[in-house]
Design a protein around this ligand. Structure first.
Ligand code: NAD
Length: 360
């Protein structure tokens, strides 16, 4: 097991990464607590019992609640039901919410923990690749409104992130590849050497080779932890984690959330950000092409995919205007000068935005 630390003063916490942690990774927790495990209808049948058994072995009184798998569960309605369950389970402020699942469960259960009784303890147990390398670390929690994604939420750090790599064995291939988009992102925004390793080890990564995967998950978490430690609430450098997300979120919204998975949309958004990086920041076209090539080899879509290039520009531009990182209707981009070196808060003229979409 490898342990990383997210350094946030009194709110610091560990990320434990390894295989089999659902059974053996819980050491150091207090005894005789109450917990409510929240999971989804895909993950609970696979891992719910193991998680419950491990916590019961600590003398904990454990209840479980299962929400339907999918983004629709990240809703106020679903959250309202979970508050009822938390009351029924007799949770007090020293009790734990355990978020067992992908990013949907992590965000939903995380916000439940942040808001129930003005805050109870939280353990994130990520089971999708996206959740392991991204959403379980950093404390963003929340739910969607019909008007948009993640419009209600808070920053709320967990006590512990337990990242059991064995959970990835059952993750469907498309979900796995979608998570790889965020891994590539860390290479682009922070660590050119990691990017080079991803290029070399891409087949092993696709094969879910144990050693390669655990190194990649650990390095991704390390980068996220480092960024979050210096800017917990995204007033500055944390914005670089949004590389590819400005157009990515717009693609998700305009194409409909069913069409593209988050990482797929982010990969196409990264393709767009690379076009802008070349035209605005002088990034070498060959370096931008390396990123596109790696994404494509991993099975991620390019911007030229007909279901993306064919989306109406006006609708995408409007959607970018409602992004949370937009200032007064002007979207701000994360753009690269070269691999591993990016700028955030970049403004681009309307003309250049449209040209990059249409012409590349
Ligand atoms: N909080 C953050 O910082 C942050 C960052 C990025 C994304 N997000 C959010 O994360 C969500 C997307 O997360 P996601 O991609 O994990 O989606 P998800 O939670 O819907 O999981 C994807 C699918 O995989 C299934 N699954 C998860 N783990 C599995 C496993 N081990 N075996 C088999 N099936 C498994 C789930 O049931 C689901 O069907 C979005 O709501 C997004 O807004 C949050």
């Amino acid at each position: 097991m490898k342990t990383l630390q997210v350094g946030l003063g009194s709110r610091s916490y560990g990320i434990r990464i390894g295989r089999g942690l659902l059974e053996s990774g819980w050491s150091g927790l207090p005894e005789n607590k109450r917990a409510l495990i929240i999971s989804d209808s895909n993950v609970d049948p696979l891992y719910g019992d193991r998680c419950q058994d491990a916590l019961s072995a600590l003398g904990w009184q454990v209840s479980r609640e299962v929400v339907p798998a999918g983004e629709n569960s990240k809703s106020i309605q679903c959250l309202a039901g979970l508050y009822e369950r938390a009351v029924e389970a007799g949770l007090d402020r020293s009790s734990y919410i355990v978020a067992l699942g992908g990013g949907v469960v992590g965000d939903l259960a995380g916000f439940l923990a942040a808001s129930f009784l003005r805050g109870v303890r939280l353990i994130q147990v990520p089971t999708s690749l996206l959740a392991l390398v991204d959403s379980s670390v950093g404390g963003k929690t929340g739910v969607n409104l019909p008007q948009g994604k993640n419009l209600v939420g808070s920053f709320y750090q967990p006590d512990l992130v337990l990242a059991d790599l064995a959970c990835l064995d059952t993750l469907p291939p498309r979900e796995y590849v979608s998570g790889l988009a965020e891994v590539v992102k860390y290479g682009v925004i922070w660590d050119a050497a990691m990017f080079g390793r991803l290029e070399k080890e891409r087949q092993a990564l696709l094969d879910r080779d144990d050693d390669v995967l655990s190194a990649v998950v650990a390095r991704s978490c390390e980068i996220k932890a480092e960024v979050v430690s210096v800017d917990e609430r995204e007033s500055g450098v944390r914005a670089i984690l949004n590389f590819g997300h400005t157009l990515g979120h717009a693609i998700e919204a305009v194409a409909g959330y069913e069409r593209w998975l988050h990482g797929e949309a982010v990969a196409a958004g990264a393709d767009y950000a690379l076009r802008l990086s070349v035209s605005q920041k002088g990034m070498a076209a060959a370096e931008a092409e390396r990123v596109r090539a790696l994404q494509a080899q991993l099975g991620l879509p390019r911007m030229t995919h007909p279901d993306i290039a064919g989306l109406p520009w006006d609708a995408l531009r409007r959607a970018m205007g409602t992004d949370k990182k937009t200032v007064a209707g002007t979207p701000r981009f994360v753009l690269a000068e070269k691999l591993g070196a990016v700028n955030f808060g970049c403004e681009v003229s309307e003309e250049d935005l449209e040209r990059a979409f249409r012409e590349g």
